[in-house]
Design a protein around this ligand. Structure first.
Ligand code: NAP
Length: 247
């Protein structure tokens, strides 16, 4: 697989799964635009690691849930790189609680970042992809968007929404040579899951048929396939990367 001369935008590329995706795509030759919103040092550290692979790499501070900021960021990326070939909508947050205790702001925040954020990035790259008559969009969903999970009504709704949006946009853009797919990770070892107590992590791990927590690289490998020409006849698909958790 080669992504030489391609430009990939990875939202939430400063750490976790997003950083692994940025590194994997860069390793295949793609230039990388990392979009992040939190710790600047973390963003810079990710940029340095990606840059060390010898590809053009830029860092963009942008809250993807903000429609205008997302537009400005996409415009700046197009100005800096000249083109966008790959969009990986990976940015995501959790605000877990039972519905009984979940506050409205926590429902809204998760939908805004996870679902609206992906919409914003797709909306602002859509006409560029249409004009090019090629492109790869990969959205990061979750197995809880398929199966649901107690304590994650907001998060699972956002991820189920991502799956519906993936299939809809795939239908809209299929005739234009643009593929739109999703991955649905299971339990992956990142800071998002690192906050869980060791006991819970062990129990979760024991419940996974493959008996191990996934690595960010496990997800990045599948995403890189969906970003490559090797998947050119795959669209509207959702691939679980979960060690069999949701089968
Ligand atoms: P993570 O380590 O917490 O990383 C999340 C990334 O998203 C960070 O780079 C963060 O940027 C960025 N981000 C958060 N809010 C943003 C916003 N408003 N605008 C732009 N960027 C934003 O999480 P992760 O585990 O790698 O998760 C990555 C994706 O995989 C998420 O969509 C998550 O829902 C999904 N997922 C994860 C798991 C898992 O088990 N870890 C399972 C299924 C699905 P900053 O660092 O700058 O804040």
């Amino acid at each position: 697989m080669s992504l030489d001369n391609k430009t990939a935008v990875v939202t939430g590329g400063s750490r976790g799964i997003g950083e692994a995706v940025a590194l994997k795509l860069a390793g295949l030759g793609a230039n990388i635009a990392i979009v992040y919103v939190g710790d600047e040092n973390e963003g810079k550290a990710a940029k340095e690691k990606v840059e060390a692979l010898g590809v053009k790499t830029e860092l963009y501070y942008c809250d993807v849930s903000n429609f205008e900021d997302s537009k400005k960021t996409v415009d700046k990326i197009l100005e800096d790189f000249g083109s966008i070939d790959i969009l990986v909508n990976n940015a995501g947050i959790t605000r877990d609680n039972l519905v009984l205790k979940m506050e409205e702001k926590d429902f809204d925040a998760v939908i805004s970042v996870n679902l609206k954020g992906a919409f914003n990035m797709i909306k602002h790259t859509y006409s560029h992809f249409m004009r090019k008559r090629s492109g790869k969009i990969v959205n990061v969903a979750s197995v809880v968007g398929i199966n649901g999970n107690a304590g994650q009504a907001n998060y699972s709704a956002s991820k189920a929404g991502i799956i519906g949006m993936t299939k809809s946009v795939a239908k809209e853009l299929a005739g234009r040579g643009v593929t739109v797919n999703a991955v649905a990770p299971g339990f992956i070892d990142t800071s998002m899951t690192g906050v869980l107590p060791e006991k819970v992590r062990k129990e979760m791990s024991a419940g996974i048929p493959m008996k191990r927590i996934g690595l960010p690289e496990d997800v990045a490998n599948v995403i890189s396939f969906l970003c490559s020409e090797e998947s050119s006849y795959v669209t509207g698909e959702v691939i679980r990367v979960d060690g069999g958790m949701a089968m």
